[in-house]
Design a binder for this molecule. Sequence first.
Ligand SMILES: [Zn+2]
Ligand SMILES: [Zn+2]
Ligand SMILES: [Zn+2]
Length: 510
Amino acid sequence: MRLTKSDEKANLYRFEGNNFYKAKKFYDAIINYNKSLCFSEIESENLGLAYANRSAICFELRMFDKCLKNISLARAHNYPKENSEILKNREKKCLEFIARTKSSACKEFFKLSHKCHEKIPYIVNSLEMKVNEKYGRHVVTNEDLHVGDIVAIEESFCNVLLTQSKFVDVDQNNNFLRCSYCLKSNEFELIPCKSCCSSMFCKECYNKAQTRFHIYECPVIEQLLTSGSVHIALRIFFIALSAFDGSIEKLKTFMNEIDKEKSLTIFDIDVKETSNVKNYLKVLNSLTRSTTIFPLTQHEMILQSHQELSKIWNENKEFIREFLQRQCQTNDHYFHGIFGSNLNELKSTAINDLQQSIGSGWFPFCSLINHSCCSNIMRIYKDGKVAIVVSRFILKGSQLFDCYKTSFINTPKAERQLKLQSEFGFLCDCEACEGNFSILQKLPIKDLNLAKATKSLEIEMMISDNLNKNYKKFQECCRLIEEHRNKFPCVELVLLQKCFAFYLLLQARK
Ligand SMILES: [Zn+2]
Ligand SMILES: [Zn+2]
Ligand SMILES: [Zn+2]
C-alpha cells in the first residue's frame, strides 16, 4: 500500500515524540519527529513544528550546530509566528554555548595511511591487481603494509538501505535514522522526501538521490523497502536508466555494446569521476555470473504497480528481464552487507552490537580481494563507506586476504571447506587450511608476557567516549600483533586481534 502525506498522522507522530521527549527517551523521540516530518503535508506548519522539536533534542544533547540548523529549517517551513520567541531564545543560548566552548576538533582517523593510487584515488598506491590461474584476479601490495594501515576507503556504487530482512537483525526505523542515499546515520539533519512518506536524505544527498534513482522508486517505495535483493536489482536498473536521461533506447544500445567486451575491473577504468555510472555498469556487467535463473515475479509486480513504470516494463519486457536477470545473478557474489554503528547507545554495549547490518552494496575494489580463513585485513564501515584496515603484517609482494564467512578461529577446517565449496565454489587452501590451524579453544599459548599484555588490553575493553585513550589502546594492539607475528597462530594473537577489532570499531563510531 502506498502511504500518503497526512497532517493528521504527522500530528500523532509529533505528539508521540513529545511524550518520549518528556521521558528523556531521545532516541525514540527523534524517530517519531522524523516520521512526523515524512508525513507532514507540503507547506504544512507541521514541518516547522517537527524541525523545532528536533532542535530541542539537539539542544538537550548539546549538539549546538545541529540545533541551529534545525531552527533554520523550522523557520523556513512555516513554524508558527506566535511561537517564534521559543526559537529565538534557544538560538541565543546555542550561540552563547558555541562562543564559550572552543571546539576541540578530533583528529580524523579514517584516512588512507599512504599516498593514494594514481588511477584509483581511494586506495593506496602500493596496491596492484594481478591475475593468475590459481587465484584469478587478486590484490597484492608492492610495499610492506603494517598492522593498522588503512589501505582503502571505498564508496559503494549502488547501496540499498535495509529496513527488514529475513536473514539478519535490522532496525525497522533505519529509513527514519539514516540517509537513503549515503546510508549515513544523520537522524538530526535528515530531510523528508517531498512526495513519499518513507525516505529521508541528507541535505546534500537529496537532489543526487532524486535524479539517480528516487524519481523511479518514490511511487513504489513501500514495496521496495520490504523486497530485499529485488530492491538491489531494480535500483541498478533505475540508476542505469537515469544515466541515460531516462531513455531506455539509449540504455539498450549501450548494454548491447558492452556485452561483447572483455571482462573489466576497476583497474581498467578511470574512476576519478565518481559519478561515472556508465563505467561502473561496464564493470558490473562483465563480472562472472552464476547460472541460476532467478524468478522475476516480484520485480515485475512492483514495476506493474505504477502507471509510468508499467509502461516502461510493458514496452521493453524482454530487455528489462535480461537486465534484471544479470543483476540477480551477480548480487550473491558481489554485493556485500554494509554495517553501521548501533545508534541506540542505551540498547546494548556488547561488542557484537557495535556494528549492525544496515544495508547491502557493491564495492568494485573490495570485491577483488580473495578469501582466506585467516585474513590479513578487516573491513570497517563508516557512513556507508568501507575502510580496509590491515590486521596482520603483509609482506611486500603478498596478497591481501579478506575472510568471507568462515574464520579458522571458530570453525573447524572440514566445516569451513564444505561451506566455502557449496557457497562460493572453491576448495580453500589458505594458510589456515594448508597449515591445519586449530580453532581458538585448541590453540597453544606461546608467550606468557604477551598473554599478560593481551589480558590487560582485554580487561579494559569497554565502551568509552575517550577517543584518545581508545586510540592509544588501538595502537598498542597494532604494535603487539606486528611485533609477535612470528608466533601466529596462538591464543594471545587471536585474542589481540579481537581487541584490535574492538578498538577499531570504537573509532568508527560517531
Ligand atoms: Zn546522505
Ligand atoms: Zn519519495
Ligand atoms: Zn581456508
